[in-house]
Design a protein around this ligand. Structure first.
Ligand SMILES: [Zn+2]
Length: 281
């Protein structure tokens, strides 16, 4: 098992990856956000990718999501854990709470959401996160001092601006839980690559709906740093107890999903997506 990890530089520094070395990976979809750090964490091989680049240079819209997921697949990763900083849409999900979402509402508009542009592939996305890994992460919450909420809906907005108050109230009226900018298309592409994907989010603030809870940037940064420490402990427990073999449908997500006959797919397109669909065409 090689575990992929997509997160920010703060979480990278808090994870104690042994024998780390950086590897540059090229993909048919361009270069990933940064060289990938390979090493081991508690005996498990890990491939760490900083989502926004080594110097936080990619905005949520500009992150090369397809190259990132493809690069991890090329390295033999079969499961991806990710971490995100999020705003809370609920009073009870206070700053420094960790939330392991099990649903996503997609409000992005300017991103390429599929590897398959020149043929038709309809994968199931009713459960956008791997249900097994999500349950596993939730069960590891006792490893941290932080409050860990299992389940919830992550609203993914385009950004880079934060929400208006009207938008934030709309999300709350739908009973959604946390808001961020990067779950989509990361989760969609992981599914298309037949990789398990789960996320642990750390609440840094109350988005903009809570008028009496305006915080300073320094408070947000302090909350993010505290969350990273809590996420580190949760992730370490998850890695120690993750089953060696997968037992979920993610690994066969493309079975029966390709709707274009093989002979109608251009050869160049087949070559570009060979790693993903080779066994099905
Ligand atoms: Zn899975």
């Amino acid at each position: 098992m090689t575990l992929g990890f997509i997160g920010g530089s703060g979480i990278y520094e808090s994870l104690d990856i042994e024998s780390p070395h950086k590897k540059r990976v090229e993909t048919p979809f361009g270069d990933p956000s940064a060289p990938i750090t390979l090493g081991t964490l508690l005996g498990t091989e890990i491939a760490f990718l900083p989502r926004h680049g080594q110097h936080h240079e990619y905005s949520p819209t500009e992150v090369p999501y397809r190259a990132n997921i493809h690069a991890l697949k090329q390295l033999g990763v079969d499961r991806i854990l990710s971490s995100n900083a999020v705003g809370s849409l609920r009073e009870e999900l206070s700053p420094r709470t960790l939330v392991v979402p099990d649903q996503i509402f997609d409000r992005t508009r300017h991103r390429q959401p599929t590897f398959f542009e020149d043929y038709v592939v309809h994968t199931s996305f009713a459960q956008p996160y791997c249900p097994h890994m999500t349950a596993h992460l939730g069960a590891c919450g006792e490893a941290t001092d932080a409050t860990v909420a299992e389940g919830g809906t992550y609203v993914c907005i385009e950004g880079p601006q934060f929400s208006t108050r009207a938008e934030s109230e709309f999300y709350r009226a739908n009973d959604w839980d946390v808001i961020g900018m990067t779950a989509i298309p990361e989760a969609k592409l992981a599914r298309e690559a037949e990789l398990c994907y789960a996320t642990v989010t750390g609440v840094t603030d109350y988005d903009v709906w809570k008028e009496d809870a305006q915080v300073t940037l320094q408070e947000v940064l302090d909350n993010a740093a505290a969350n990273e420490q809590a996420i580190k402990r949760l992730v370490e427990r998850a890695i120690e107890t993750l089953p060696e073999e997968r037992d979920c449908d993610c690994q066969r997500a493309l079975a029966g999903a390709i709707n274009t006959p093989s002979e109608a797919i251009p050869e160049e397109t087949k070559r570009q997506t060979e790693l993903l669909v080779g066994e099905y065409l």
